[in-house]
Design a binder for this molecule. Structure first.
Ligand SMILES: Nc1ncnc2c1ncn2[C@@H]1O[C@H](COP(=O)(O)OP(=O)(O)OP(=O)(O)O)[C@@H](O)[C@H]1O
Length: 323
């Protein structure tokens, strides 16, 4: 295999020093092959942004190494900047410039930029070109962020939560755009909290928990071995034990019947046959294959700390509050 476009080995990042030191990234290895999309997923506070910031060259690693396009993102910053597009979680724009002016200002800094009109069109912002940045919605501002990132036609895209704050339609469009850029040859590493999108669109997933990568692989490889789920409203007239001889991993039977199964098609067929035989209507019937959600629940429920970790931990935080 040729060298990966992004190569990370033994990456560690610590905040603070001495007794207040906290190691947010605890030795991760990561390869992103050229022309693919990798999604870095994780529980809240897992260390995704802390790792991305080192890969982006905003911080030096405390240990380990990062190479992007064979270059060191800090030491070779000037070369890396020309070839790598970075989308941070928050970026500052001058609120009183218009959308088109903002893009023109950025494009003046770039050799051979993508035309501003094309960048506006890619992010569905053409009709907002004359609006001041201050007047944009959160989702439009995020799209402007991404438009600025794409001006330089980067070979590598490092995107920290590109679809956060977007409505479902815009999210869908951004994912289509990211896929298209990948198909044109770009290499993409992104973080996201949207598991279904990552599952459907990323070539490879890396799941972080408590500073480490705990699962890696294609979406199918990662979901493998986790149960599929059949769910329906429990029919009032169902005879006792009508499903008890089916090969179920687990069954919960309250107002809603939830069956965890390995053979989704086989068990679903048997359930439908029996419902027909007993004249039962299965309201709100759903059948879902093994999903990342199940993997996530099993990771989030696992012990977060192991013996070799430092004793100092940050105070408990509300969901989503990382800084
Ligand atoms: N500047 C900082 N000083 C101290 N601790 C920090 C700092 N930034 C992040 N942390 C801690 O490092 C850990 C990892 O944070 P990070 O933002 O990298 O996680 P994340 O996976 O991106 O989380 P989320 O999905 O919630 O955005 C968290 O426990 C966070 O509180």
């Amino acid at each position: 295999m040729s060298n990966p476009t992004i190569r990370v080995r033994g990456l560690r990042r610590t905040y603070g020093t001495g007794t207040t030191a906290y190691e947010a990234v605890r030795g991760i290895d990561l390869d992103v092959v050229g022309g693919t999309i990798t999604a870095l997923l994780g529980t809240n506070g897992a260390g995704k942004t802390s790792a991305m910031e080192v890969i982006e060259g905003l911080h030096r690693p405390d240990a380990g190494s990062v190479e992007v396009l064979g270059l060191d993102p800090v030491a070779d910053r000037a070369q890396v900047r020309r070839r790598v597009g970075v989308l941070l979680q928050d970026s500052g724009f001058a609120g009183d410039l218009s959308v088109a002016e903002t893009l023109r200002m950025w494009s003046d800094l770039i050799t051979a930029p993508r035309p501003v009109a094309e960048a506006l069109e890619l992010l569905d912002l053409t009709h907002r070109g004359d609006v001041t940045v201050r007047a944009l919605s959160g989702g439009e501002r995020r799209r402007l962020d991404l438009a600025c990132t794409l001006l330089a036609r980067p070979e590598v895209l490092l995107l920290d939560e590109p679809t956060t704050a977007l409505d479902p339609e815009s999210r869908h469009r951004v994912w289509q755009l990211v896929e298209r850029l990948r198909d044109e040859g770009a290499t993409v590493l992104l973080t996201t909290h949207y598991l279904e999108e990552a599952e459907a669109l990323a070539d490879r997933l890396e799941i972080m928990h408590a500073g480490r990568i705990v699962r890696s692989g294609t979406p199918a490889e990662i979901a493998e071995g986790h149960p599929s789920v059949i769910r329906f409203r429990t029919p009032a007239q169902a005879p006792a034990q009508w499903l008890s001889d089916l090969p179920l991993r687990h069954a919960a039977n309250h107002d809603t019947t939830t069956l965890e199964v390995d053979d989704l098609q086989g068990v679903l067929g048997a359930v439908l046959d029996r419902a027909a035989t007993h004249g039962l209507r299965l309201e709100r019937l759903e059948a879902r294959p093994a999903s990342l959600e199940a993997v996530f629940l099993s990771i989030a429920g696992s012990q977060p700390l192991s013996a070799d970790q430092p004793a100092t931990q940050p105070a408990a935080q509300p969901e989503g509050a990382t800084r």
